[in-house]
Design a protein around this ligand. Structure first.
Ligand code: ATP
Length: 364
């Protein structure tokens, strides 16, 4: 496929959207590099859809500005409609034209382009091959499975070589096994196309798998804007840590802090056992410090191991690759999803070793 997209850069400054009294987005500022893949991650009601709709030009911001490649498309005095924004969109419910064949759906955005008919057909055929539905070219959408329909929608979004593709939870109506496959195709084909991508989801695994950069939204605020690695290793606050997956969260007392990054904390519920942990930059430790533990930072050993916290196994689940354990440490405090290739029996005593770089201390 000949690639000649003008990937858009995006600059959002002080964006606010209010529906009557309800503030759906509050003072969101971020800059997105051309050709990058951004995922906006947040729970239901956090403002993801509203932000995507403002980018698309479906929703008009209450305040702030949006610029695409330096051109202001929404601001106090400007508003450029969706059809003039060099973008396409992939929706959760596919939104295909029911009266058009697969081929016609994909060719639709090219209908008014200056590209000659021969190369238009070649482009459509190439996309049909790439998304693996060439054999369905003459079928109608209602004859296709959900996964196949979403492949058509992806091909349609990429056919006109727009500089920005917006994805509105495109995988949420699909079964888990189809979801994984299509997610990989979305990532590969969109990156190959060269377009800038903005993708919204409430699924943190999807966000980590797809994104160059993740924007975490909570209650209309952008609470962190960083690489997946940074979000995993330095969550900006308790909400981000919880939303991106922790094995456990416990109240602690600060014992001593050495330098900027590490801190020693006491676990009052485990006879004051000491734990080395990571101090999150810029976070203030006041009255209610908690430690947040990532599952990948926990290793289980037999009881005879000389280091680690004493624990007992509450439950285990076979995952194919190995076993996930639930372990109680101290009085009634649980760590969940603790992986080991070896199975530790229910009720057995174990030692739990925590990696300080995967234990974060923050106020809640
Ligand atoms: P979901 O994952 O459930 O779609 P979301 O993160 O996309 O959630 P939004 O749909 O952007 O969240 O909604 C943010 C907030 O704004 C919600 O509280 C929602 O009820 C409110 N909201 C969104 N659209 C409107 C509207 N047209 N009128 C009134 N309130 C709205």
């Amino acid at each position: 496929m000949s690639m000649s997209v003008n990937a858009e850069s995006i600059d959002i400054v002080g964006l606010r959207k209010q529906f009557k009294e309800k503030v759906a987005l509050n003072d969101v500022t971020l800059s997105i590099q051309p050709g990058s893949f951004t995922v906006l991650l947040g729970p239901s009601g956090s403002g993801k859809t509203t932000l995507l709709r403002c980018l698309a030009g479906i929703e008009r911001p209450s305040a702030g500005t949006i610029s695409l490649s330096g051109r202001e498309v929404a601001g106090p005095k400007t508003f450029v409609g969706p059809e003039k924004r060099n973008l396409s969109m992939v929706f959760q419910d596919y939104a295909l034209w029911p009266h058009m064949t697969v081929k016609k759906n994909i060719a639709f955005p090219l209908a008014n382009s200056s590209i000659e008919r021969g190369s238009r057909d070649a482009r459509v055929n190439d996309l049909l091959e790439r998304v693996g539905i060439a054999h369905l070219a003459d079928n109608y959408p209602n004859e296709l499975s959900g996964g196949e329909q979403q492949r058509v929608a992806l091909a349609r979004a990429l056919s006109s070589h727009v500089g920005l593709v917006l994805f509105d939870e495109p995988l949420s109506n699909l079964d888990a096994d189809r979801r994984d496959l299509l997610r990989i195709e979305i990532a590969t084909l969109t990156r190959e196309s060269g377009a800038t991508a903005v993708y919204i989801t409430h699924d943190q695994a999807e966000a980590f798998a797809l994104a160059d950069r993740i924007g975490v939204l909570n209650k209309g605020e952008l609470v962190q804007w960083a690489s997946p690695e940074k979000i995993y290793r330095q969550p900006a606050n308790a909400f981000v840590a919880r939303f991106t997956g922790v094995a456990g969260e416990f109240p602690v007392e600060v014992a001593s802090s050495h330098g900027e990054e590490t801190i020693s904390v006491k676990l009052p519920f485990a006879q004051g056992a000491l734990l080395e942990a990571t101090r999150i930059e810029d976070s203030h430790l006041g009255s209610a410090p908690h430690v947040f533990v990532r599952a990948a930072g926990v290793t289980l050993y037999p009881e005879t191991h000389d280091a680690g916290l004493a624990g007992s196994v509450v439950d285990h689940a076979y995952t194919g690759r190995g076993y996930e354990h639930v372990v109680e440490i101290g009085e009634g405090r649980l760590l969940t999803k603790i992986y080991s290739t070896k199975r530790f029996e229910r009720g057995s005593h174990v030692k739990v070793v925590l990696d300080p770089s995967q234990c974060f201390v923050m106020d809640v």
